[in-house]
Write a protein that binds this ligand. Sequence first.
Ligand SMILES: [Zn+2]
Ligand SMILES: [Zn+2]
Length: 354
Amino acid sequence: MSDAAPAALAGSADAESSAARDLQQLLMESGHERPEGHTCPICFDLIELPMDKHSKINVCCMKRVCNGCILAARRRGMNDRCPFCRTPLPADSAAQLALVQKRVSKGDADAITYLSEQYYKGRLGLAKDLPRAIELWTEAAGLGSVNAHYELGLTYYCGDGAEEDKPRGIHHWQQAAMKGDVESRHMLGVAEYRNGNYELASQHWMISTKMGFEKSLNAIKEMFKRGQVTKAQYAEALLGYRDAVEEMKSPQREEAKRLGRPPCRALMGGTRIATLEWAAAAGPGGAQDGRFEAAVYDISRIRSTDNCGDRDHEVLHLKRESREARNGRGQKLEVPVGSGVLPNRPLEAFGDFH
Ligand SMILES: [Zn+2]
Ligand SMILES: [Zn+2]
């Protein structure tokens, strides 16, 4: 470092641009492998993207288990326990929150991130509290949570819950991307593209595409159409994406996809549901959610469910008798009509939902 000091004195602008170049180089060279928490702890395969759709977190152990392994556990008759640690699943939100808080008190970064999300969305009986969510994400990011860095990136870059501070948001995405967080990498591409830095944008998106992120592949495809990347680059992206996706597949996971998402705990246990979270059809910006008060309804009307990840988005596809409604953003949603009582027994297999 002593050699660098005179250079810094000679011209701080030079030093600054050289530091920026070093950071860019480090950014592009690191984070090509996904972090440990993005691997299913049962089958050891990387979880398909988006992870919320293809896996579920249980708060007992904060392990994210892939849908393939959840299906296998259900088939072995394990309906009411965590497929990883075998702890009985919490009966309600209060019990779930107690499990989360127990882990939070021990300084578990994943649990802190999970709790932040509940404050952000006002779930598990907590009042919506953005400042608290940001405080917890900051704590979790300090403990090394890549997911917390990603969320803080959104918070500051978009000014969602805090004053907009784009460099600060980008800094958080950089931290996560260098540890292999695909969504943060994708957002770095978005930020560069918006600044007109097409070369850097395509480099970021090439990395996340090769890690199996479809949104990045689509972004490169769009750049190709606009003449901003070459045909060879687009071909490289297509092949890289295909390989990454192939690697994450397994017969068990394919079967889980064919059968549909496992129903969430509330449906499994026969709990009466007064409030349902609905995710509208995902647009280019991702799923948007809205909240509806809904009567307890007849489970026999449900054709399939999906996207019941740790964010608790649940899309219920109904067999018949549904009507249209719109959420606060004016998007069309499917809302059940009529009511019924959920069976007071666990459902046996995914097949019940078809
Ligand atoms: Zn698995
Ligand atoms: Zn567990």
